[in-house]
Design a protein around this ligand. Structure first.
Ligand code: TMP
Length: 208
């Protein structure tokens, strides 16, 4: 039987720089001989990408937003994530349920028990094996977003206080589950973040 693939997720504030580090994680796994699938949330399937467009642009209350995130996730899990893991493929996913706990829970006050029920309903028995949280202050993240010059979505235009709550939620998760979650200081220079990341990736992908 093919052993299940590794499920790796990447989290952090908008502007923390996680997407470029995510590509590096995928390349490190590939060059160590792993088959790798890179995907993202919300998104990753046609239905989930349509839901992404909705949730990033429409004015929705926090619970509607939460339900859409989980609807997208359910489709993504069924069509992409679970089949890949079952075939032994390493899945590197840009955000997952920890983003809902941080943004809709920490940021917007959706009760954690509601989110835990949805997690239990949508992916019972499945959690990421490793989660990288790229951490920086909301001010650093905001400055990077502004520097990028691109149009900001509905979440990215939230105020600094919102992102402070999201950050605190991520840091609390990192502290509560250090076996799975690794907080990386993303306020450091890009090359230094990459160097630290390379150090932790080496033992993760050394069994081939
Ligand atoms: P991205 O820009 O990292 O692709 O994420 C899109 C936005 O969606 C980002 O601002 C975070 C937000 N988001 C949530 O609020 N809850 C979630 O569960 C997920 C996956 C993303």
């Amino acid at each position: 039987m093919t052993p299940r693939g590794k499920f790796i997720t990447v989290e952090g504030l908008d502007g923390a720089g996680k997407s470029s580090h995510l590509q590096f994680i995928a390349e490190s796994a590939r060059s160590a001989g792993y088959r790798v699938l890179v995907t993202r949330e919300p998104g990753g399937t046609p239905v989930a990408e349509a839901l992404r467009n909705l949730v990033l642009s429409e004015d929705l209350d926090p619970i509607a937003e939460t339900l859409i995130m989980f609807a997208a996730r359910s489709d993504h899990l069924r069509r992409v994530i679970r089949p890949a893991l079952e075939q032994g493929v390493t899945v590197v996913c840009d955000r997952f349920s920890d983003a809902t706990l941080a943004y809709q829970g920490g940021g917007k006050g959706v009760p954690e028990r509601v989110l835990q029920h949805l997690i239990d309903a949508v992916h019972p028995g499945l959690a990421p094996d490793r989660t990288f949280i790229f951490d920086c202050s909301p001010e650093v993240a905001r400055a990077r977003l502004e520097k990028s010059g691109r149009a900001l979505d509905r979440f990215e235009v939230e105020g600094i206080e919102f992102f402070q709550r999201v950050r605190s939620a991520y840091l609390a998760m990192g502290q509560a589950d250090p076996q799975r979650m690794l907080v990386i200081d993303a306020s450091l220079a890009f090359d230094e973040v990459r160097r630290r990341l390379a150090e932790v990736l080496l033992p993760m992908f050394s069994d081939r």
